[in-house]
Design a protein around this ligand. Structure first.
Ligand code: FAD
Ligand code: NA
Length: 384
């Protein structure tokens, strides 16, 4: 083995693939889960044959040409375009908040200028007072009516916290569009892998120089490829949690986690759209995904459908870390952990967990490609 990659998410897979194909290195990837691919992984629900995203809906989008060319070596993409709706008080509205949402909500027929003027007037409610919490910040951005309908309770459910207790710094803007455009992403390229995320991710590791070892935790000393047995002996790409690498010695970083409830529903079409948000407190989940709608081009024939309810909360010690909370204390701890990484011999900390940073898939890939050139190539004396 020339290189050990801890974590088989898109960051680890990209480094492993480049190391094997560009430098001819023998690479071992370990992952503590029973599958590769990290959070982007998908699999087929056996009863219906419908592909579902095991860790929440994953929509691929990028404007980065290098990333787009790179991923197209492993999969083609459908022409899927993401759109989201939200249910509020028994009525369905298009998201993100746009002119259609505003006119439906206020039972009006405003043009862009009138809608802009209305929102500005409602946002002036605080009269120039500096917002002291999330609620006041939200009102100052888009006015009380839209804030309360679409953001306040949704945020309370995401954080399991009263928004009046959340700091104003959690939001710097709230998305509002003064057109009827409800396309969720605005990147140049968007789509879903034609034959699924699972096959895409497996093809990235499908190389004679790459060995994938599943069910192996880097911190489990009963495993041959654990931390103490490898660091200093072989170069390591570490994409697990940075605080965990240092045994939480500066304190644990805080994360939000999600709970997913998968159901096979006895109808061919449950909600008529891929993602429905629920912005009110009387519904405990934040949204429902219905996976057959991600692939209208596929001939799914099942009379049943696969749906997934998503719940959000602060992560406890045993939970999967999904979104960095990123408080001021977290940022301070992170700087301390970054100092500690300086002393680690030939260990690259990368990806979402290794850098304590939310990364979309295209960002994780872009970061891996660039750090492959700036860090991994020089380790092996290879020119850029
Ligand atoms: P991960 O995919 O998290 O991979 C890290 C891997 O390391 C995991 O497989 C884990 O099991 C393994 N690992 C951790 N600790 C250890 C250990 N001690 N020993 C061995 N293995 C270990 N991106 C988009 O572009 N579009 C989306 O729509 C989108 N939706 C998302 C929805 C959710 C709920 C989440 C959480 C993320 C979403 N993302 C989305 C982001 C996307 O999942 C990430 O960009 C991508 O997963 C980053 O890859 P990564 O390799 O950094 O991390
Ligand atoms: Na998503």
């Amino acid at each position: 083995m020339d290189l050990l990659v801890v974590g088989s998410g898109l960051f680890g897979l990209t480094i492993a693939e480049r190391a094997a194909t560009q430098l001819g290195l023998k690479v071992t990837i370990i992952d503590r889960r029973d599958h590769l691919g990290g959070n982007a992984y998908s699999q087929v629900e056996p009863e219906t044959g419908i592909e579902y995203h095991r860790y929440g809906a994953h929509l691929f989008h990028t404007s980065n040409e290098v990333v787009w060319d790179y991923v197209n070596q492993f999969t083609s993409f459908t022409d899927y375009v993401h759109r989201v709706y939200t249910t509020h008080r028994g009525e369905v509205f298009p998201m993100p908040v746009n002119l259609g949402t505003i006119n439906q909500f206020f039972r009006s027929a405003y043009g862009p200028d009138q809608a802009r003027a209305l929102i500005a007037e409602q946002a002036a409610e605080l009269g120039g007072k500096e917002p002291t919490n999330f609620v006041e910040k939200g009102i100052s951005l888009i006015g009380r009516p839209l804030y309360e309908a679409f953001f306040m309770n949704y945020t309370a459910k995401q954080w399991q916290t009263d928004p009046a207790e959340l700091g104003p710094e959690i939001i710097s803007r709230l998305p509002v569009r003064f057109t009827y455009d409800n396309r969720y992403f605005s990147d140049k390229y968007e789509g879903l892998p034609t034959d699924g995320y699972g096959p895409w991710l497996e093809r990235m590791a499908d190389h004679p120089n790459i060995e994938v070892v599943l069910g192996t935790d880097f911190f489990d000393e009963s495993q041959p490829l654990h931390k103490a047995a490898t660091v200093g002996q072989v170069p390591v790409i570490f994409t697990g949690p940075i605080d965990r690498y240092f045994a939480d010695q500066l304190g644990a970083l805080s994360w939000r986690t999600l709970d997913f409830e998968l159901e096979v529903a006895a109808t061919p079409d449950f909600q008529g759209t891929p993602v429905m948000n629920y912005s009110d407190l009387d519904v405990p989940y934040t949204r429902i995904h219905e996976f057959r709608h991600f692939h209208p081009e596929r001939a799914y024939t099942s009379p049943k459908t696969v749906i997934m309810k998503e719940y959000s909360r602060f992560a406890g010690p045993g939970d999967e870390p999904y979104y960095p909370v990123n408080t001021a204390q977290d940022r301070e701890k992170l700087l301390g952990y970054r100092d500690l990484t300086e002393a680690e011999p030939q260990v690259l900390f990368g990806g979402r967990l290794g850098t304590y940073q939310y990364l979309d898939m295209h960002m994780a890939i872009a970061s891996a490609l660039s750090r492959f050139d700036s860090v991994v190539r020089p380790w092996f004396g290879a020119a850029n």
